[in-house]
Design a protein around this ligand. Structure first.
Ligand code: GAL
Length: 688
């Protein structure tokens, strides 16, 4: 049965190509606007994000609105067949507002208010700021809601979880806590274990989120900031939805932002979008960065159940970050852009279309450089990509349907950071650990969903939950049921340690009933310095067929098998002979427990065996050389297999059949040669 998601916008059912376009910076040189139109068409662009930081151009002083320039740009773009992802400008407030209404600026923990400067630093609770945002958003919706060029709203820009310690935020936080703890202060004090160091709160009004030693409090503050940001976002979109209900809304998420729980935020947007800035070429091996980026693409797809997302920003050449960065080598722009499509994006958008003349981002990579011509390497590569994307329009709306899920949970991340760091120090490395467990699948060409602890598990053959330190409500139960009913789960050391306010679970780790599911008890754990390692070895005749010896690093936990089979054991240190990897049969499923942090060789051996055990197959029946991966998008009838070479040198791939590469229109030979940073998109009938 064909399963296709509707296009991002019915107005343009294609793969979108374009980027952040700031015509407000060029209002005094209209000839540049005309040149932009010519160049956009030449580069194969069909959608531009306009006006993201244009508040002072739209409302130069309070209540005085100037839309003429935007009217002209919207019309020009429409006349040239280019659509608009229209920004709402709250990411950067105008100076007049900070001066007239200081409450729109954030307050530091010491109570001092921040001056007007940079961007992304408004108070998310300020009633004035909300009112001003709603006013300008309403005007934008009324003026452009029916404009033929308008595709989507790009609401604000890169919301973050930065702190604001103003009275408005504190009052809202206390109200939020009251609801969460049912107006029972004792309940809150117990949840925070506040009798420690005599930190008991005798009054709601004494609660201030400034004590990093109170892990439960800081976790709630982090949750509050996410919810308050969503609340702010909902206030921002209210007039857009009221005036132009058919125009979808999105806001651009970030790679590195760990301060907002995007899983909660994703529910509030119509389309997920994100900004991707990998650090290519910083080592000799780009495949690590490719896998890291792939994981984030997969998460952005998973957040809306496989619905295509938008690559909202990427750089066509080199970002500026106040440090040494490398330009994309020839071919990498094409490859990294198609990588996004391979994992479920229906767009390739850039920051930025044209380089600004001044300020922070004047040297940041752009499609159009200060020379202002199409005769640059970057422009040629962008145009070449534009042509390729046009060939891929039929991929829009298809999805990726993985059998494997990896749980990387924001709130667990916070828990580890606030709560476990006191013991593990710099060995926490939660996201690195998730990536290490993801990598063997990326290498094997096996798609993975990246989910969080709140997600359903039933659709997967295999669920991996590294370092599930915090058990959020319902998670342990979901794992138990999933395994009982036949699922396979991998859990690691430092799982099931605390509840959601960082109170340690009593009765042995992993808690929450997981000790029984996994058939192990984790008694204690040892930390190691970077130069240290601990030898572990597979046990003879273990039921998974694991072989060899390996060096575990950073963290080794001492566990006891309580009914689980021991697959590998430690061969060194005071706990030599105790289990390093176990498997427990529970109900009709299997529960694996990994007691230590393992390196790539171990993880590859383990997961390759597990994939065979679970009959999980690569999307391409071919041996993939190192640094080459394959990913598949499908609508159930047709499959599009993206084969991507992240090596600078060419690689040969033995294919099981002849395919059509839709980028070239040619039929592949049985040995396909992928050039350095090369990509093929093979069209096939879907297998199932
Ligand atoms: C993004 C931001 C853009 C631009 C870009 C530069 O994080 O949304 O406005 O600053 O970085 O890389």
């Amino acid at each position: 049965m064909s399963k296709r998601f509707p296009p991002l916008s019915h107005k343009c059912p294609r793969i979108l190509h374009g980027g952040d376009y700031n015509p407000d910076q060029w209002r005094h040189t209209p000839e540049i606007w005309d040149e932009d139109m010519r160049l956009m068409k030449l580069a194969g662009c069909n959608a531009m994000s306009v006006g993201i930081f244009a508040w002072s151009a739209l409302e130069p002083s309070e209540g005085r609105f100037e839309f003429d320039w935007l009217d002209q740009i919207m019309d020009k773009l429409a006349d040239n067949g280019i659509y608009v992802v229209l920004g709402t400008p709250s990411g950067s407030k105008p100076a007049w507002m900070s001066h007239a209404y200081p409450e729109v600026c954030r307050v530091n923990p010491d109570g001092t208010r921040q001056p007007h400067r940079v961007r992304h630093n408004h108070c998310r609770t300020s009633p004035v700021y909300r009112e001003k945002c709603q006013m300008i958003n309403r005007k934008l919706a009324e003026r452009y809601g029916d404009h033929p060029a308008l595709l989507l709203w790009h609401v604000s820009n890169e919301y973050n979880g930065g702190d604001c310690h103003c009275e408005h935020c504190y009052q809202a936080f206390r109200e939020w806590l009251k609801k969460r703890y049912n107006y029972d202060l004792e309940k809150l004090n117990y949840a925070y274990w506040s009798s420690f160091w005599s930190h008991t709160f005798p009054d709601w009004d004494y609660i201030e989120p400034i004590d990093s030693t109170m892990h439960g409090l800081m976790l709630d503050w982090a949750r509050f900031k996410t919810e308050q940001t969503i609340d702010f976002f909902n206030a921002e979109i209210a007039p857009l939805k009221e005036v132009a209900p058919d125009i979808p809304v999105t806001t651009n998420f970030m790679t590195a932002c760990s301060t907002l729980d995007y899983w909660a935020f994703a529910k509030a947007v119509d389309i997920v979008s994100w900004d991707s800035y990998p650090a290519w070429h910083e080592t000799d091996d780009d495949s690590a960065e490719a896998a890291r980026t792939a994981l984030v693409h997969d998460m952005n797809r998973s957040m809306k159940g496989g619905k295509p997302f938008m690559l909202m920003e990427s750089v066509p050449s080199i970002p500026t970050r106040d440090c040494i960065k490398k330009r994309k080598k020839p071919g990498m722009h094409y490859l990294s852009s198609l990588q996004a499509i391979a994992h479920g994006s229906d767009t390739v958008q850039y920051f930025q279309w044209r380089k600004s003349r001044g300020c922070k981002e004047k040297f940041h990579g752009a499609v159009v450089d200060h020379a202002g011509t199409e005769h640059t390497r970057v422009f040629r590569e962008v145009s070449e990509l534009g042509q390729a994307l046009a060939e891929l329009d039929e991929v829009a709306g298809t999805t990726v349907s993985p059998e494997v899920a990896l749980i990387q949970d924001y709130q667990n991340d916070w828990g580890l950071d606030f709560g476990a760091r006191v013991f593990l120090g710099e060995n926490v490395k939660y996201r690195e650990e998730c990536l290490a467990h993801y990598r063997p699948f990326w290498e094997a060409g096996v798609p993975v969903d990246i989910i969080d602890q709140t997600c359903a598990l039933d659709q997967y053959q295999l669920v991996i939950a590294p370092m599930s330190y915090m058990l959020r409500p319902g998670f342990a139960e979901r794992i138990r049921n999933y395994v009982y009913q036949g699922g396979t789960v991998v859990l690691t050391y430092w799982s099931g340690v605390v509840d959601e306010t960082d109170l340690c679970l009593l009765g042995g780790t992993p808690g929450g009933g997981l000790r029984e599911v996994f058939g192990v008890w984790e008694e204690e754990s040892q930390n190691y310095f970077p130069e240290e390692s601990v030898l572990i070895g597979a046990k003879d005749n273990n039921s998974l067929g694991m072989e060899g010896t390996y060096n575990a690093v950073d963290i080794c936990s001492v566990i006891h098998a309580e009914g689980a089979e021991v697959l590998a054991e430690y061969e060194e240190d005071y706990f030599a002979g105790s289990p390093a990897l176990t498997k427990n049969d529970y109900g009709s499923g299997k529960a694996y427990y990994m007691a230590c942090r393992n390196q790539a060789d171990f993880l590859r051996e383990f997961y390759n065996r597990l994939m065979v055990d679970r009959s999980i197959q690569s999307v391409l029946k071919a041996e993939l050389p190192e640094g080459v991966t394959a990913q598949k998008r499908t609508d159930g009838d047709t499959a599009y297999i993206f084969v991507m070479n992240f090596n600078e040198t060419e690689k040969n791939i033995e294919l099981d059949a002849a395919y059509t590469d839709i980028l070239t229109g040619k039929t592949t030979a049985s040995t396909a040669t992928l050039g350095g940073y090369g990509v093929m998109v093979l069209k096939d009938r879907a297998q199932s």
